[in-house]
Ligand binder design. Structure first.
Ligand SMILES: Cc1cc2nc3c(=O)[nH]c(=O)nc-3n(C[C@H](O)[C@H](O)[C@H](O)COP(=O)(O)OP(=O)(O)OC[C@H]3O[C@@H](n4cnc5c(N)ncnc54)[C@H](O)[C@@H]3O)c2cc1C
Length: 348
């Protein structure tokens, strides 16, 4: 997988850039900047690069070796990787943190580098808030896919992955994550897989992939919103409300129905996981003045192509900023830290 193509590497430039997160956005940015002659360091909490592509997307769709080739290309270009290293400011525990052996503060990176690119993705699954969601047998699909992928590429033992054999799996959602969990459930021997979505198939951006799953025997239920997980000691089914669309909004009706399930996986979206929690309230201009840029899913969860395009665009922006914003350090570090805490405390 090519994250960046560099015709001829430019001569060394007097700036050092830290990229936080080695997913498609961070890797593409790192490739662009290294090709232009900058010293680029990538900090990544996982043991290797690739982000969601390496650690969540099923091996049958994108093999880990393809991702590894792309990362090796960047190493050859001079990008310096710091794996198993989590960058922290105020980040709570997130999926994948168990792999981090080193912790580096954002403040330290601000003092050591001329600019930072935060490309940390969206690793927090949106919670399913219905009664019974805490029952054994109910999983968020992202964590489930992460466990399966880690087992497939040899980081986890299969004991950590739920047994799908002969099970009826109900998947709530119709995005990439929902598609992939349905796919893995089938590959891992589920007897029946049902996907349920609160809109229609036509409304899903993954409708082509879902169409393929339907042709392979996956059931797809449209206009269904979960209202309750049924079961006492563990999940036994999901009660859904029939929905309807009114002016583009999803409304639940009084009509209810139940789908039996042994495993329930919900894939209802992911939330950005930045070392600075309140990115969304941040004035991008304030952070930019401090030399902090953002790219990829950490801004808005989307897709690989957009993350890569944004990584490249932000790398170019960093380059322009570095050359137009002399002197190099716009704010001394304590001031920068104060700006960040204003952002974090919602004072922005
Ligand atoms: C199951 C699934 C299937 C998908 N399928 C498709 C698909 O078919 N097609 C498509 O186009 N898109 C798909 N996507 C979406 C796509 O994977 C993402 O849009 C893309 O990976 C985003 O890239 P990114 O670089 O912004 O973030 P990520 O890929 O999430 O990478 C972020 C990286 O930052 C690291 N990180 C996070 N916090 C820290 C920290 N504090 N310190 C150090 N490192 C940190 C993470 O470990 C991770 O490696 C899928 C997503 C999922 C979850």
């Amino acid at each position: 997988m090519k994250f960046f193509i560099c015709g001829e590497k430019a001569g060394p430039k007097p700036f050092r850039i830290a990229v936080i997160g080695a997913g498609p956005a961070g890797l593409t940015a790192a490739g662009y900047l290294a090709c232009k002659g900058y010293e680029v360091h990538v900090y990544e909490k996982m043991p290797e690069g690739g982000g969601m592509v390496a650690f969540a997307i099923p091996e049958v769709r994108i093999p880990i070796n393809a991702v590894r080739e792309g990362v090796k290309d960047l190493e050859r270009l001079g990008v310096q990787f710091h794996f198993r290293t989590k960058v922290v400011y105020d980040s709570p525990r997130e999926l994948g943190d168990e792999w981090a052996e080193h912790f580096v503060s954002l403040e330290r990176l601000l003092s050591e580098f001329d600019a930072l690119l935060i490309a940390t993705g969206a690793w927090k699954p949106r919670e399913l808030k219905v009664p019974g969601a805490e029952l054994p047998g109910v999983y968020d699909a992202l964590t489930l896919l992460h466990q399966v992928k880690m087992a497939r590429i040899g980081y986890y033992s299969w004991e950590r992955v739920p047994d799908f054999k002969g099970k009826h799996v109900v998947v709530i959602g119709a995005g990439y994550t929902a598609v992939d969990v349905a796919l893995e459930a089938r590959l891992l021997g589920a007897e029946k897989v049902t996907m349920a979505y609160r809109r229609s198939l036509e409304h899903s951006y993954a409708k082509t992939e879902i169409g393929k799953l339907i042709s392979e025997g996956v059931e797809f239920v449209e206009y269904a919103a979960p209202v309750r997980i049924i079961g006492e000691k563990r999940a036994r089914g999901v009660e859904f409300a029939k929905t309807k669309l009114v002016g583009g909004n999803v409304l639940t009706t009084d009509e209810r129905f139940i789908i039996d399930a042994d495993i329930v996986a919900y894939a209802i979206g992911q939330l950005p996981t930045s070392p600075i929690r309140e990115v969304l309230c941040a004035s991008e201009e304030i952070l930019k003045d401090a030399g902090i840029f953002f790219a990829g899913d950490v801004v808005t969860p989307r897709n690989i192509g957009t993350a890569m395009m944004e990584g490249r665009a932000k790398a170019k922006e960093i380059e322009e900023w570095l050359f137009n914003k002399a002197p190099r350090k716009v704010f001394p570090v304590p001031v920068t830290a104060r700006l960040i805490s204003q952002v974090v405390n919602g004072e922005c």
